[in-house]
Design a protein around this ligand. Structure first.
Ligand code: CU
Length: 169
């Protein structure tokens, strides 16, 4: 009886320690980014965020393979954070940040006040795995973007040819 209780307590402790580490990572990342410049443009970081999603697309992934997702989150209000992405079309969607030679999964991405979070080729992107059905050109796949303050925004993202880039002047 005593042994069982002790094991349960240990498991609970491990789980909350893990959660604590994730939260600390997310908070630490946000604090560093905020310190790097969100605040020195005179924008109010504490008003409500006003988010819209533009230029979203998924380059056609190899059959059964992992896909990438790109989009821009525009913000006409206070700062927010993208904290989770999921899709009914896939088992897992994760946020990745690329450096020159590697990429790493991140728990959240800052949406700066009166600015934009850009997920683009060669930079920060979404990684999509475990398709329910192999995507085809022209499909519109739902992505559910959850923000710390603004809740969840669902977008229909078109599947484009591999070489597609959104038109920008
Ligand atoms: Cu990646």
């Amino acid at each position: 009886m005593t042994a069982v209780t002790a094991t349960t307590a240990t498991r609970r402790f491990r789980r909350s320690a893990l959660l604590g580490a994730v939260v600390a990572t997310a908070l630490g990342g946000g604090a560093i980014l905020a310190a790097c410049g969100t605040d020195d443009r005179g924008a109010t970081a504490d008003g409500p965020a006003k988010l819209s999603v533009a230029d979203s697309y998924i380059p056609l992934p190899p059959t059964g393979g992992m896909g990438a997702g790109y989009l821009t989150v525009r913000n006409d209000g206070g700062s927010d954070q993208l904290v989770k992405v999921s899709s009914p079309a896939a088992e897992s969607v994760t946020m990745h940040r690329s450096t020159a030679s590697t990429m790493e999964q991140v728990e959240s991405l800052d949406v700066p006040a009166h600015g934009a979070l850009e997920l683009a080729r060669g930079g920060t992107h979404l990684m999509i795995m475990g398709w329910q059905k192999a995507p085809a050109l022209g499909d519109q796949l739902e992505l559910d973007l959850t923000f710390a303050k603004s809740g969840t925004i669902s977008v229909k993202v078109p599947v484009k040819e591999l070489t597609y880039r959104p038109g920008r002047s």
